[in-house]
Ligand binder design. Structure first.
Ligand code: ZN
Length: 314
């Protein structure tokens, strides 16, 4: 009996740790519009060091309450976002926008819902369908393993309010215009244009100084989504990852995607396989070689573009 008790006591701390990993340190919040704020995540992939934090959560303070965009990839990150909201305003959070299905952007919904049970969580209708299908659980597990359990305690809580292209949500007199293009970075990407803030949240349709996976999207659709964003009058743009910027920042990522794709088309015509064309494509993209993740992603990006073009030719 005594032995059993001591085993239980030994296990207790492990069980408690497994339940919820420690909090994330605070990251600085900066004002990026008359009522808009941003917490720029560090560059890189989810890791034990960054505890999974590497996206760009934003929030807008309206007279009716706070609207959060992409509260991050874990309950710990969502709680950090709420701490930054609380040092900026006394207003409650009334709504959340999730830009797309990739869990590094929205698993932090849990923290918002725990603190503000009536907050509406918006996402594209296809994102709601994919969470229902179980994709959120896949993301929860991959965040756990990539961070060596630093996101433990996170549960899947997807959006409950579906949105479509051209929807406008008005909160506290501020209009949030939703832009959607199928098969872009994924098939669920919403961009959020806030005209009165001169600001547009791009989600992962654009990244800056950092690359990510293209496994769930197409180069052609992603370029079309960027063109849609560039048709807005916004002056300031927030990418899914990396530093925010103006139209030039957006055009730089568009140029990466379109150059890669056109190189692949050209070299396919010359009869090269995706592996054989790699050195020439890398040469054409020399301007991007210092972006974080270039070496890790370039081969996969060429392969994705190759398969995409091959599919179109059938
Ligand atoms: Zn992402």
């Amino acid at each position: 009996m005594r032995r059993l008790l001591s085993i239980c006591l030994l296990l207790l701390p492990t069980l408690l740790v497994a339940e919820k990993a420690p909090p994330l340190p605070d990251y600085p919040v900066k004002q990026i519009g008359p009522h808009s704020y941003l917490i720029e995540g560090p560059l890189g992939l989810p890791s034990p060091e960054n505890q999974g934090f590497m996206n760009n959560p934003g929030f807008v303070i309206t007279p009716e309450g706070v609207v959060v965009i992409d509260p991050g990839g874990s309950v710990q990150i969502g709680e950090m976002v709420l701490r930054q909201v609380a040092i900026t305003t006394d207003q409650p959070v009334v709504a959340v926008f999730n830009t797309h299905i990739h869990g590094d952007h929205w698993l932090g919904n849990q923290a918002i819902r725990e603190a503000y049970p009536t907050a509406a969580i918006y996402g594209h209708s296809k994102m709601l369908a994919q969470v229902k299908k179980g994709d959120g659980e896949t993301w929860r597990k991959s965040m756990l393993s990539m961070t060596n359990q630093a996101t433990a305690g996170t549960v899947v809580l997807g959006p409950d309010h579906p949105l479509e292209h051209a929807d406008i949500i008005t909160i506290g007199g501020i209009n949030f215009h939703l832009l959607y293009m199928a098969e872009a970075h994924s098939d669920t990407d919403l961009m959020i244009d806030i005209p009165t803030e001169d600001l547009l949240f791009l989600g992962d349709n654009v990244m800056s100084k950092r690359f990510g996976q293209m496994t769930h999207g197409t180069f052609k659709g992603n370029v079309a989504a960027i063109d849609l964003a560039l048709r807005s009058n916004a002056k300031n743009f927030v990418p899914g990852h990396g530093p925010m910027g103006d139209r030039l920042m957006v055009e730089a990522y568009r140029n990466y995607l379109s150059t890669l794709r056109s190189q692949v088309v050209k070299l396919m015509d010359e009869g090269l396989s995706d592996f054989e064309m790699k050195p020439q494509v890398i040469k054409a993209l020399a301007d991007y070689k210092n972006w974080v993740g270039f070496d890790g992603e370039i081969g996969r990006h060429i392969n994705r573009a190759y398969l995409e073009v091959e599919k179109e030719q059938f």
